[in-house]
Design a binder for this molecule. Structure first.
Ligand code: PXP
Length: 241
């Protein structure tokens, strides 16, 4: 059985659309925790397009479950993580032009830098995970770099459209789970998971954490829209209309 970390980046995306102070991702984190989330995930991007430094500082103080900081391996960001000491760091690749994290981190290519960052973060008591495609070579490179966990990229599964393609991607995730567990790694999964496609991935034994963002924030906007509208109508009516 797996557990849910809610990625609240897109609460901050709505705030940044107006550069105002609402909605506050810190308030959203409280709601997720009250609903039973296992943890809160945020990605502090180099361009600060959604989550900003103030958010991670306040979340570090207020998140009672687990704070998982997604981040790239750029030195200024690594320094922030060392100072902040979140419970967990998930290392991801980051391109400035992308809409969201695209492929997984290439742990084979960046193994030396990865190993040094893993050591620095673990020294601060942080559990370190890498966000990777479910390939044996990436899992082994993460193990060799000293990681505690891997987050298997479910984006290819989420994009698969035929039953055959979906089964192929699920098998890749199961094989990745096997290699990771045999290497002693904790196994997480995430990206592109929705209310429609979560079932088969949640049924993969051994995956103990799911990081889900866009679909939950999207659902929250819709299930909350009616109440928000009713509240505003109430205020207008009580003002004399
Ligand atoms: N896991 C990682 C490593 C990610 O970069 C993201 C996107 O920020 C997610 C999970 C969540 O993906 P989604 O928003 O599609 O649920």
């Amino acid at each position: 059985m797996g557990l849910l970390n809610v990625n609240i980046d897109h609460v901050a995306t709505i705030r940044q659309a107006r550069r105002t102070d609402e909605p506050d991702p810190v308030w959203a984190a409280v709601q997720c925790e009250l609903a039973g989330a296992n943890g809160i995930t945020v990605h502090l991007r180099q361009d600060r397009r959604h989550i900003c430094d103030r958010d991670v500082t306040v979340l570090k103080e207020t998140v009672a479950s687990k704070l998982n900081l997604e981040m790239c391996m750029a030195e200024p960001i690594v320094k922030i993580a060392e100072k902040l000491r979140p419970d967990q760091v998930t290392l991801v690749p980051e391109k400035r032009a992308e809409l969201t994290t695209e492929g997984g981190l290439d742990c084979v290519k960046h193994q030396k830098r990865l190993a040094s960052i893993v050591k620095r973060l673990q020294k601060k008591g942080i559990l370190v995970s890498t966000f990777i495609t479910p390939d044996a070579e990436q899992i082994i490179a993460s193990t060799d770099a000293g990681c505690d966990a891997v987050e298997l990229h479910t984006g290819m599964y989420a994009n698969a459209r035929t039953d055959k393609a979906i089964e192929k991607r699920l098998n890749e995730l199961r094989d990745g789970r096997d290699v990771a567990m045999a290497s002693g790694l904790i196994v997480h999964a995430g990206h592109g998971l929705t209310y429609r496609n979560i079932g088969p991935v949640a049924a993969i034994e051994g995956i103990c954490e799911f990081n889900i963002g866009h679909s939950i924030v999207s659902r929250a906007v819709l299930v909350g829209m009616r109440e928000a509208t009713e509240e505003m109508i109430g205020l207008i009516e009580s003002a004399g209309f």
